[in-house]
Ligand binder design. Structure first.
Ligand SMILES: O=C(O)C(=O)C[C@]1(C(=O)O)C=C[C@@H](O)C=C1
Length: 359
């Protein structure tokens, strides 16, 4: 058997090589930045389509024993650091610190970005529009609770582009604070969506305790710092941030509870090879509007991944449809669908074409 020291010597030698290679990679990213600056007076450093391609290839060719997901996450961090050398990035998210949206921002961009907490979804939109931050991250749908209407509504009045999506498995924990007297708990704080996602568990285990909806799970966790008769429901990040104790883990009613987040920016994203497109479609209310709207997708064999209607807010009982489909708006089949809808008197706004979530 090889002895421990000999194995550690081999690890040291490999670490040296890895370190040299990582620095060489960073050097190349630096050169890429120079080329971008030389070619464009307003260079775009963050390239979601390229990052998606790199991460997909890493997963495909991975031979183990490190799992493909873990390997991709390591490279996610490597690219995050390389991008920060090209340009330090500021990414706004629906705060405060410790929300699932912050977790989604870090999952998507890696730890080398500066994440900026904001108090409301429309503030995230405004800060990206004004250029105060490079990108924003907002929740859009949850597998148990459905759509986040604030986000959908914000798109109606915004020219921002969706340039990415993130999916996050959401686990909620029942938490207690430093002063909590567990036998005297009379209320539980959490965001209203979280309370809804844990409704059955709460009905079964804490039916008599008042449920108090607050602005975010992180705010719920924060309140436990100086209360003795309350508990909170929140995720790992908020739990760690406020140094709370887990009384019961994973109390969400559905074990596959997932939230989808969108990355919003000011630029269009070129095709990556595996893309999605989000559209906002409206037409004059008439019989058959929805089926007319869907027909071109059927004819071109384009898969719809989501269809949602929202009041248009222009007239009572008139609606807009949010449509997500597979493909990029530059794909010939999808271009034809968009042309067909356009000539049918339908108003279409392309909210963005972007790579399907890789991580
Ligand atoms: O290929 C580029 O355009 C780069 O800037 C390099 C790189 C990378 O590290 O691989 C870094 C940032 C971009 O978002 C995409 C990729």
């Amino acid at each position: 058997m090889t002895d421990l020291n000999a194995l550690r010597d081999q690890i040291d030698a490999l670490d040296q090589q890895l370190q040299d290679l990582l620095n060489k990679r960073a050097d190349l990213a630096h050169q890429v930045a120079e080329v971008k600056r030389a070619e464009d007076p307003e260079p775009v450093f963050y390239r979601p389509e390229r990052e998606a391609q790199v991460l997909r290839r890493i997963k495909e060719r991975n031979a183990g024993p490190i799992g493909a997901e873990e390997m991709a996450r390591l490279f996610r961090e490597v690219m995050s650091v390389c991008l920060a050398l090209e340009q330090p990035m500021r990414v706004a998210f629906l705060g405060p610190e410790g929300t699932f949206t912050q977790q989604a921002a870090i999952k998507h961009f890696g730890h080398a970005v500066e994440s900026v907490p904001l108090g409301a979804i429309d503030e995230v939109f405004r800060e990206v529009e004004s250029g105060a931050v490079h990108f924003g991250v907002v929740p859009v749908e949850n597998s148990t609770e459905g759509m986040v209407n604030h986000t959908l509504d914000s798109f109606m009045n915004s020219d921002l582009k969706i340039c990415g999506e993130v999916e996050l498995r959401i686990h909620h924990h029942l938490l207690s604070g430093p002063h909590t007297r567990r036998d005297k708990v009379t209320r539980i704080y959490s965001h209203q969506q979280t309370l809804a996602q844990c409704r059955q568990w709460l009905d079964a285990h804490m039916p008599a305790v008042e449920r108090v909806a607050v602005s975010s799970n992180a705010e719920a966790a924060r309140r436990l710092r100086d209360e003795w008769n309350a508990m909170a429901i929140a995720g790992d990040m908020a739990c760690e941030l406020y140094n709370l104790d887990k009384v019961q883990v994973n109390i969400e009613d559905r074990p596959d509870n997932t939230t989808r987040f969108l990355i919003i920016g000011r630029q269009d994203t070129p095709p990556s090879g595996h893309d999605k497109t989000s559209l906002l479609v409206s037409g004059k209310n008439r019989p058959g509007l929805l089926s007319d709207l869907l027909r071109p997708f059927r004819e071109k064999d384009i898969n719809l991944t989501r269809l949602e209607s929202r009041p248009s807010r222009i007239a009572n009982w008139s609606y807009v449809f949010f449509v997500d489909c597979e493909g990029h708006k530059e794909d010939p089949a999808l271009t034809e669908v968009l042309d067909a809808l356009d000539s049918d008197g339908t108003t279409i706004k392309v909210l963005g074409s972007y790579p399907k979530a890789v991580l």
